[in-house]
Design a protein around this ligand. Structure first.
Ligand code: ADP
Length: 271
């Protein structure tokens, strides 16, 4: 027993197979060790990923700054290096903001500002942003709304916007020029359903179960703008904080479809 420590959680007590009280106790204890071992492994991996994600832009910043100080004479060259440094600083700031948000949500410290949110309006605003993002890349962005009443949910408007924007910008990011991202709002089984479907690079089945994990990315080189792998973890957190769920289906080289289900808020008598 004294062998068990945070550095060595692979220890298991013998006798778990015995069919008596002690056997069951040993079994539960071994299960607990297994959970702890998995949690610590994930924590170690997470810390390594955080360090890696922040060290890479810092190395770039350092290298560029040193070169500028040592060699550059030309103000234009200084300007180019400073603006490239600014991009790296922005990247690090975004990662840190995302990490803080996830850490606070883990600790239950991210209060949601719940009110009635009109999804028709929210998606109309979102699609305008999406069209600008898409235009820069030659990806068409569309929105289909149901032709009946407005659909509302109880939620935090800013967080819902952030969540849909993450899905939409992923759709655009992982879709080559000439492709499409289609947003659709509908109602199924008393739930609001928002579908974000793209005609992009898609994902292999074995990756789908990991895409919501922090720092998980499928081959970073697939697309140039690949982020830190935190976007979908935030999406999942926001959906679940609204008592909703998210599903994904995808076919490599054909595209991906994300579906967000949210409980319907009380609908107004007429709207
Ligand atoms: P990232 O910041 O890398 O985009 P995310 O957490 O948003 O991180 O997504 C995790 C990974 O899932 C991405 O690196 C990408 O490989 C994959 N992915 C997410 N959305 C899509 C999509 N619409 N099409 C194809 N791959 C996607």
């Amino acid at each position: 027993m004294s062998e068990v420590s945070t550095e060595n959680l692979s220890f298991r007590l013998p006798g778990a197979n015995e069919r008596n009280e002690i056997g069951r106790l040993v079994n539960s204890f071994n299960h607990m060790l297994e959970h702890l071992e998995n949690s610590f492994r994930r924590l170690r991996q997470f810390s390594a990923d955080v360090s890696h994600e922040l060290r890479t832009p810092l190395t770039v910043l350092r290298g560029e700054t040193e070169v500028a100080l040592r060699w550059s004479k030309d103000p234009e060259e200084f300007r180019r290096i400073l603006s490239s440094n600014l991009e790296e600083i922005d990247r690090m700031s975004r990662i840190i903001e995302d990490l803080l948000l996830l850490a606070k949500s883990d600790a239950g410290e991210t209060p949601l500002n719940m009110r009635r949110v009109n999804l028709n309006r929210l998606l109309q605003e979102l699609v305008l942003q999406g069209k600008i993002l898409g235009e820069n890349k030659g990806v068409a962005v569309s929105l289909t709304l149901p032709d009946h009443d407005n659909i509302s949910v109880q939620g935090d408007e800013l967080r819902l916007h952030q969540m849909f924007l993450n899905l939409l910008s992923n759709g655009i990011k992982y879709t080559p020029t000439g492709g499409r991202v289609a947003l659709r709002l509908s109602v199924e089984d008393n739930q609001a359903v928002v579908t974000v479907a793209d005609t992009g690079v898609g994902m292999a089945p074995e990756h789908l179960q990991h895409i919501f994990d922090r720092f998980f990315r499928i081959d970073r080189n697939r697309v140039q703008e690949s982020g830190a792998g935190l976007g979908l973890s935030i999406v999942k957190w926001i959906v679940e904080a609204h008592q909703g769920r998210i599903s994904v289906s995808s076919v490599p080289d054909e595209g991906s479809t994300f579906k967000v289900f949210l409980p319907l808020g009380e609908q107004p008598a007429s709207s």
